[in-house]
Design a protein around this ligand. Structure first.
Ligand SMILES: [Zn+2]
Length: 354
């Protein structure tokens, strides 16, 4: 597995609307596979692989990570934050961040909670932590802060990538691992009968926004999103609520909060996985959405599905995936695309029966 590429993707910084650094990496990688690359006004990057048929399979993997932008600089130089994406405030204590400077580059900062120091507390805090009480201390003087930062500047959690047991831990495996799966599956794709449009999308974490406009442009017959999903197979979870397990293989999504996958696509994916002995698990995620929901509902609609990479501790700095699940996701997508080449998969088959 090309771990160094996954690491590079995870350590790149990109909150919704500011995905440039991630897009540069994706563009570099896809450039070696096709000449047909373009970027739209939303920042979505399209890589087209023309096939004999005009029928299109669109793949979507979002580039953005949850993070912050600077909302306010106070008169002591502390930075107040606007969150972009779904943070659990309990996971934000004792974190470090990187703050983008006006002229480029970053400055480290510590993420702090607006409360009395624990030494000075007499009664424990009754309320749970509130997201809007976090601020950033860069240790710079007020003048330095004013010269370095501006409202809207990006602030991301600072945590390196590490190989961890059977897999990897990093801050933004959601969804750089999905982007990685897309790139690696395209490398394994032989010529596809259908036109394949792979899109690295933007602004998923705040409502599937990039994929919505991208699917409107592409108008695919089949839409496949790649994303992480919850693996709550650790203390605190329940067997019926774990959604997926690490090491259980690629998740074939039956539904999430944004999407009910097309039943025939679910069946095809499961049959391909069985045929090729690829570890897989069926996934039902009661809440939360993926780009698959945007693809399915674009224009007049298309047959949509999401393939998932099971991930523990999603939306924390220590998201954790297993290499075997990542590989299974790459293999299943590549097998699907290559099978489409042989004509074994007809988009016409995807009409639901009366
Ligand atoms: Zn995601």
């Amino acid at each position: 597995m090309n771990t160094s590429l996954l690491q590079e993707l995870c350590e790149a910084r990109g909150v919704p609307g500011q995905e440039e650094a991630v897009r540069r990496i994706v563009r570099r990688e896809l450039n070696s596979l096709t000449d047909e690359l373009r970027v739209d006004p939303m920042g979505n990057l399209y890589a087209t692989f023309p096939g004999a048929s005009d029928a299109k399979i669109m793949i979507a993997a979002h580039m953005d990570e949850i993070g912050f932008i600077i909302k306010h600089i106070d008169d002591k130089g502390f930075l107040r934050l606007q969150t972009l994406g779904g943070f659990d405030p309990r996971q934000l204590f004792a974190q470090r961040v990187l703050v983008s400077k006006i002229e480029g580059g970053t400055v480290p900062g510590v993420l702090c909670y607006a409360t009395k120091p624990t030494h000075l507390m007499t009664t424990p805090d009754k309320e749970g932590p509130q997201l809007d009480q976090f601020f950033v201390d860069t240790g710079l003087t007020l003048e330095e802060v004013k010269n370095s930062f501006e409202i809207g500047g990006m602030v991301t959690l600072d945590r390196g990538f590490t190989c961890c047991g059977q897999g990897f831990a990093a801050k933004s495996l959601d969804n750089r691992v999905g982007v990685f799966v897309m790139i690696e599956a395209l490398r394994k794709m032989s010529k596809c009968q259908f036109t394949v449009v792979a899109v690295a999308t933007t602004q998923e974490e705040i409502g599937l926004r990039g994929a919505t406009t991208a699917a409107y442009q592409v108008r695919p017959e089949v839409g496949i999103a790649l994303d992480t999903t919850i693996a709550a197979d650790y203390p605190g979870g329940t067997p019926e609520g774990q959604v997926t397990t690490l090491g259980g293989g690629v998740g074939i999504k039956i539904m999430d909060g944004s999407l009910i996958s097309h039943p025939r696509l679910v069946k095809q994916m499961r049959e391909i996985a069985r045929h090729h002995d690829l570890p897989h698990q069926m996934e039902i995620l009661p809440r939360g959405g993926t780009d698959g929901g945007a693809l399915q509902r674009s224009g007049a609609g298309c047959a949509g599905i999401t393939l998932s990479i099971p991930t523990r501790y999603i939306h924390t700095v220590n998201e954790l995936v297993y290499a075997s699940d990542v590989q299974a996701a790459i293999d299943l997508l590549a097998c699907y695309l290559n099978q489409a080449e042989t004509g074994q998969i007809e988009t016409a088959e995807l009409q639901l029966e009366e």
